[in-house]
Design a protein around this ligand. Structure first.
Ligand code: GUN
Length: 301
C-alpha cells in the first residue's frame, strides 16, 4: 500500500482564503498579539509562521518579545495591557515559557474572549462540556484536515499517543465529541505497539523522532503525525528517507531535516493516508489560529 498524502499546506491555504471575506466585512482589521519569551528555536519559527499568515490575511499583528530571564509578574503585566487594548482581539502566549515563569498563571490571565489558543481553563471547560468557544488550534486543525479529506471519525477506533495539554488531551476530547472510540497512550503505557495497532485513526503527538514504526500501524490506518523533530545525523536521514534526494540536499544545505513521531517508511507502506512532516499538521495550526482570531474579532463587534 502507498499512503495517500494528507496535504496540510493546501487545506491550510483554503481555510485562510475562506477567511478573507470575513476579514473584509469587519470595520477594522482583527488584531493579534503574540507573546514570545526567551529564545527557543522551535517557537521562533512557529511564531514567524503565525505572524506571516496574519499579515497575508490583512490582520494587525504585534509581536511582543520578552527576555528569557523575565518573571511571572512581567508576563502578567503584558497580558493585562493586551486584555485592555481595544484593537487587540486575540492574545497568544507562545509555549513553552521559560521555566521560572508560572505558565498556568499566564494562561489564566488571558481574557477568555481574546484567548485564540483556547488554553484558558474556561475555554477548556467549554470544550469538555460541548459549549461554543475557541478550540486549541492544532487539535481543531487536525479535525478540519480529516473533514476536508472525507475521513470518517464516528464509530471508529482512535488512538492518541501523547497527553499534552496543547495537543493530546484536547484532541482526544474532539475525537470523542465526533463519536470516535478514543484511547490515550503515553510514556507509561505498556504494550504501546499493541494498543496502537487497534487504531483505525492513529495520532502521534509525543515529540520523539520516528518512535512509532511498522509495529504500531494497523494496515490501512489513517496516520496523523503531529511531531516536529530535527534529524541532525546524515546516517539517520539516509535511513529514514532512503533515496530521497530532496531530503538529502536539504540536510546538506542546513545540517538538519525535520521528521515526525512516525517512521515515514512505515507510514508510507502501511497507512491508507498519512500527514507529511513538514506540510501536514503545522499549516492547519496556523490556519486555525487565524480562524480563532477572526471569530474573536467578530464576537467583539
Ligand atoms: N507551542 C507549541 N504549540 C503551540 C500552540 O499551538 N500555541 C502556543 N501558544 N504555543 C505552542
Amino acid at each position: 500500500m502507498s499512503a495517500k498524502l494528507l496535504d496540510g499546506a493546501s487545506a491550510g491555504a483554503a481555510i485562510r482564503a475562506e477567511l478573507q471575506s470575513r476579514v473584509r466585512a469587519l470595520p477594522r482589521p482583527p488584531g493579534l498579539a503574540v507573546i514570545l519569551a526567551g529564545d527557543n528555536a522551535g517557537s521562533e519559527s512557529y511564531v514567524r509562521a503565525k505572524i506571516k499568515a496574519a499579515g497575508e490575511l490583512g490582520l494587525l499583528s504585534e509581536l511582543i518579545r520578552l527576555p528569557a530571564k523575565l518573571t511571572t509578574p512581567d508576563v502578567l503585566a503584558h497580558i493585562a495591557d493586551l486584555n485592555h487594548r481595544p484593537e487587540i482581539d486575540g492574545i497568544l502566549v507562545q509555549l513553552p515559557l521559560p521555566p521560572q515563569v508560572d505558565a498556568a498563571a499566564a494562561l489564566l490571565a488571558v481574557d477568555p474572549a481574546k484567548d485564540v489558543d483556547g488554553f484558558h481553563p474556561l475555554n477548556l471547560g467549554n470544550l469538555v462540556s460541548h459549549r461554543p468557544g475557541p478550540l486549541p488550534c492544532t487539535p481543531a486543525g487536525i479535525m478540519e484536515l480529516l473533514r476536508r479529506n472525507e475521513i470518517a471519525v464516528e464509530g471508529r477506533e482512535a488512538v492518541v499517543v501523547g497527553r499534552s495539554d496543547i495537543v493530546g488531551k484536547p484532541l482526544a476530547l474532539l475525537l470523542l465529541r465526533a463519536h470516535a472510540t478514543v484511547t490515550i497512550c503515553h510514556s507509561r503505557t505498556p504494550n504501546l505497539p499493541e494498543v496502537c495497532r487497534r487504531a483505525e485513526l492513529l495520532f502521534a503527538a509525543i515529540g520523539r523522532p520516528a518512535l512509532l514504526d511498522e509495529r504500531h500501524i494497523r494496515p490501512g490506518a489513517v496516520v496523523v503525525d503531529v511531531g516536529v523533530n530535527a534529524l541532525t545525523r546524515r546516517e539517520d536521514v539516509e535511513r529514514y528517507f532512503p533515496g530521497d534526494a530532496k531530503r538529502l540536499a536539504e540536510f546538506e544545505r542546513r545540517g538538519r531535516t525535520l521528521i515526525g513521531d512516525v517512521d515515514p517508511r512505515a507510514a508510507a507502506a502501511l497507512a491508507s493516508a498519512a500527514t507529511p512532516v513538514p506540510g501536514g499538521v503545522g499549516p492547519l495550526t496556523v490556519a486555525m489560529l487565524m480562524a480563532n482570531t477572526v471569530a474573536a474579532a467578530e464576537r467583539r463587534f
